[in-house]
Design a protein around this ligand. Structure first.
Ligand code: KIV
Length: 254
């Protein structure tokens, strides 16, 4: 798709019913993101979600997906220890969920783990820029790599990930010009979130773009629906109908 100049669309999904809808709508890639920790489990960060929980979400998504490529996040703590542990975690995801690839946050620091997973025949998507699993090191979710030194490291990491065999890289919350430059320098596709229009594809968290998660409004987010209001209104009308005795009607009864 990058060679053809066709942009890649990617969205997150964590369950059977939503994966069925977004796969049916024609999305190119579904990411079973560790953002499930935030939007599904209500945690403040992505750190608490476990490998077992990621596999549970990935299995549900795989049952619904007919067309899209499904990529699953290796969660915090499942690959940072050592490369053997990383490989064991990636193998569990592939064997138990039947997904097609894993995603890992970081560059040179995780090189050995990425290489070992790739050697086992598991495709790896990289993730650079704002890497939410390192939030306690960064201290904020603000834009990364604004300064020369961090931008140079990001370019070097992106080239390294391409060289060792990653098939794509997510670039999160970095200046648009830097993301465009990285995308020009790589032959593998970049998928941006908060990284401007110069990347080879875009990813958003499904709950954010559908307006289910209303408490999150960063500048990069475009809302395509207001499902929280739709759901709130529908539930309100249901409550009214139950209280008034209007539901169920004779036609809705046996
Ligand atoms: O977990 C996630 O949803 C992600 C995207 C924000 C890229 O990693």
């Amino acid at each position: 798709m990058k060679q053809r100049g066709e942009k890649i669309s990617m969205l997150t999904a964590y369950d059977y019913s939503s994966a069925k809808i977004i796969d049916g709508a024609g999305i190119d890639v579904i990411l079973v993101g560790d953002s499930a920790s935030n939007v599904m489990a209500g945690n403040m960060t992505t750190l608490p979600i476990t490998l077992d929980q990621m596999i549970y979400h990935a299995k549900s998504v795989m049952k619904a997906t007919r067309r899209a490529l499904v990529v699953v996040d290796l969660p915090f703590g499942s690959y940072q220890g050592n490369s053997k542990e990383a490989l064991t975690s990636a193998i569990r995801i592939m064997k138990e969920s039947h997904a097609e690839a894993v995603k890992m946050e970081g560059g040179a620091e995780i090189r050995e783990s990425v290489e070992r997973i790739l050697c086992a025949g598991i495709p790896v998507m990289g993730h650079l820029g704002l890497t939410p699993q390192s939030i306690n090191k960064f201290g904020t979710y603000s834009v990364r790599a604004r300064h020369k030194e961090e931008a140079e490291k990001l370019i070097a990491d992106a080239k390294l990930l391409e060289e060792i065999g990653c098939f794509a890289i997510v670039l999160e919350k970095i200046p648009a010009e830097l993301a465009a430059e990285v995308s020009r320098q790589l032959t593998i596709p970049t998928i941006g979130i908060g990284a401007g229009g110069g990347t080879d594809g875009q990813v958003l968290v499904m709950h954010d773009m559908l307006g289910i998660n209303q408490g999150f409004s960063p500048r990069f987010l475009r809302r395509y629906a207001d499902l929280a209001s739709v759901m709130h209104d529908a539930v309100g009308r249901y409550i009214e109908d139950v209280k008034s005795g209007d539901f169920p009607s004779p036609e809705e009864s046996y």
